[in-house]
Design a protein around this ligand. Structure first.
Ligand SMILES: [Zn+2]
Length: 394
């Protein structure tokens, strides 16, 4: 079969042996595979990432010297069940799968390990227990976005965003756009999106962002504070404390009873939920500097290198900093069903499709933040340049 392998940073179209499913595994024919920011990073920087993975007990992450077939955001069709499969999804059925594969006693990450080749290929192996039938005749292009949207859905759930909260999305690359889509799917009224690139701001608008900010001219936090009534500085917080205390003093009941009751009823100053979707050094620091007091910050951008920030700034503002990773099988399943039921329309995310021959070119195109969000690979296509949706051979 044809596959694109990456070794020493070089992406090359190769002839690979057709994979044979072991016990509990299923061979899929790949219909679409998304190119992820992780793949772009792993192309040159996988060693640093692999060293980090060793520290959390996984020593089979991709190394630059190995030949790796990327691709963990895919949709496919069942081609062959391995031994001892339950066969609940029949042959030829369209499916998606969580990108983890059990090989003997070890579990590997599909598309980011030499031991579990990914979907930049005509075929790949998945774990039957991690596989889900695609319902409602959902387009394989859209089904392939289940994985990145599940990442966003997990981030939104970890952010505990209520409909009346103001959400601020910093960075409108594929992760930021997916977060915007899922915030709107959850019914959050006000989503503020911020990005330097005009093309990405336009995509944010198409994904449903309510307020769109160019950080060169406007602070997203100021734009959000106007709508949300957030505490932008320390004097405002002190004023609120003193003012509340003085107001309660005038009532005939002990102020501490009222304060305690207020706490029980969840009365507290409004604060935004901020999603960091950039993942480069300095972004967390700039968010801590600009964020309103009491903000909740959800870090979804993957910065693999070192970064620094000033804890006292976060302390002064009592900022709640949360990091998010992956998703649960339930979040993955729910995301697939939200897509199939039309509750989320991720098509604005898809900015191009290439064949396997076009993968290297697509990586180059994705380096320019203005033009593309998600480029999909269609192994049956001969396209060398990314074809925009609705154009030419699809
Ligand atoms: Zn990904």
């Amino acid at each position: 079969m044809k596959a694109v392998a990456c070794q020493h940073g070089e992406l090359q179209l190769t002839d690979s042996p057709e994979p044979v499913p072991a016990q509990g595994q299923v061979r899929l024919e790949v219909l679409r595979c998304g190119i992820c920011g992780s793949d772009l990073h792993a192309r040159h920087g996988s060693d640093q990432w692999a060293d980090m993975a060793v520290k959390v007990g996984y020593d089979r992450f991709a190394r630059t010297s190995q030949s790796i077939i990327f691709g963990h955001e895919f949709s496919g069709r069942v081609a062959e069940h391995g031994p001892k499969c339950r066969r609940t999804v029949p042959a030829a059925a369209p499916v998606v799968a969580l990108p983890i594969l059990r090989s003997g006693s070890v579990i590997d990450t599909i598309g980011l390990s030499a031991h579990a080749p990914g979907a930049y290929a005509e075929q790949l192996l998945v774990q039957e227990s991690m596989m889900l039938a695609v319902p409602n005749g959902l387009d394989p292009e859209v089904a392939a976005l289940t994985e990145p949207l599940a990442v966003a859905w997990h981030a939104v759930r970890r952010g505990e965003v209520a409909k009346r909260d103001v959400a601020i999305v910093v960075g409108c690359g594929p992760i930021g756009l997916a977060v915007i889509l899922m915030l709107k799917a959850r019914g959050v009224h006000t989503v503020v999106a911020s990005d330097y690139a005009p093309g990405r701001r336009e995509l944010a608008r198409r994904c449903g962002a309510d307020v769109i900010v160019d950080p060169l001219t406007d602070m997203p936090f100021t734009a959000a504070a106007q709508r949300g009534g957030h505490l932008l500085d320390l004097p405002a917080a002190l004023e609120l404390v003193l003012d509340t205390r003085e107001k309660l003093e005038r009532l005939p009941v002990g102020w501490w009873h009222l304060w305690r009751l207020g706490e029980k009823l969840g009365a507290m100053p409004k604060r935004p939920v901020i999603f960091e979707c950039v993942g480069v050094p300095g972004v967390i620091e700039s968010i801590l500097d600009g964020a309103p007091l009491l903000s909740r910050v959800v870090v979804a951008g993957v910065c693999v290198g070192e970064d620094h920030f000033t804890p006292a700034m976060a302390i002064n503002k009592e900022i709640d900093l949360r990091f998010v990773f992956g998703y649960s099988p339930l979040e993955f399943r729910d995301t697939l069903h939200m897509l199939a039921e039309g509750k989320v329309d991720p098509r604005p995310l898809i900015t191009g499709t290439v064949g396997l021959e076009g993968v290297a070119g697509a990586f180059a195109a994705l380096a320019d933040p203005g033009e593309h969000a998600k480029i999909l690979i269609d192994p049956s296509s001969a396209a060398v340049e990314p074809i925009a949706p609705g154009v030419g051979e699809r």
